[in-house]
Design a protein around this ligand. Sequence first.
Ligand code: KIV
Ligand code: ZN
Length: 412
Amino acid sequence: MAAKDKLIIFDTTLRDGEQSPGASMTRDEKVRIAKMLEKMNVDVIEAGFAIASQGDFEAVRSVAEAIKDSTVCSLARAVKGDIERAAEAIKPANSGRIHTFIATSPIHMQYKLQMEPEKVLEQAVAAVKLARNFTDDVEFSLEDASRSQFDFMCRIIDAVITAGAKTINLPDTVGYAVPDEYGSMFGRLLQAIPNADKAIFSTHCHNDLGLAVANSLSAVMHGARQIECTINGLGERAGNAALEEIVMALKTRKDFMPVETHIDASHIVPTSRLVASITGFPVQPNKAIVGANAFAHESGIHQDGILKHRETYEIMRAEDVGWNTNKLVLGKHSGRAAVKARFSALGLTFESDALFNEAFIRFKALADKKHEIFDEDLQALVTDSSVESEGNNIQLAELEVVSKSGQLPVAT
Ligand code: KIV
Ligand code: ZN
């Protein structure tokens, strides 16, 4: 099998994630999250927008001081003051990147920037040249690329690569693109631009239509080799592409993907929890990978399948992303196999099938009144002499049903 290309994971939780209204973080909080990202082997950590405030400047600088193994990056508009401030902030980094950007779509150039395209091109080149005085690692973003004109993008990309940009990022700034369209934009640009092989092409997708991850992966299929993403999909409006979904899609479907990452996925859930607790943005229960129900099963048919062979209803292992285990939630959809297994795990066995049937009927009646049945509820259901309590609990191979709190324990 041909060797796979490396995909660079660029995490922007601390910059674009923080731009989510209400998600701002202190310097120390950013450093704590950055250390978790470093442990996870994230390649590039965008720590903030140094010109935005004195606090954000100090946060980027502190992250640059604390992080040794990941590249630390600051965002900067394509203007002198921003670039100099970004350069100052990343100075202590072992490996520092300046990420400069300007909008290239007709609507942004006309209404927001009020600049002619030629002037935008000139400013982009000047920004990249200036940034290269401070670091060899300069990224240039064409803001609103997915709504920009193809020929203009070809010209500006060619010019900024000649000026020294090593990464070209093509954001779907407003989450407007659909996967085939976004992916083929990369394919066409990579073919049309003569010096495209001198830079890494990068995705940066917003989730306004819920397509951020699909768009990012489509771009990878067409030659992108960096994905910009955030933990829990945090970010402006509906958020950014979620790091955990991208990483696990690439790992789970590696048979289909031309790239691999160096991410240690076992840190995903603890990092997700940390970001949620620092920002105060809870993770929805049905969120892929990191939601409390991502590896939970309630229906009887699914629970029976899982007890027989885990892969009947699981495409990933909960343990691989940092959960302690998957879980079988007992509720009104649960079947006999899971209920019996849970009784056994509690050390409760039945003298006959008829006695278990009786307990199961009582279980169903209770489950109709309650969302979830906990261990205490099961114990209360069978307090008469028909049940033998065993000294040794029967262990369920690899399966923990639900803990007393109803929460999944998290690996540390
Ligand atoms: O969404 C966007 O276009 C951005 C750029 C600044 C990279 O966040
Ligand atoms: Zn963005």
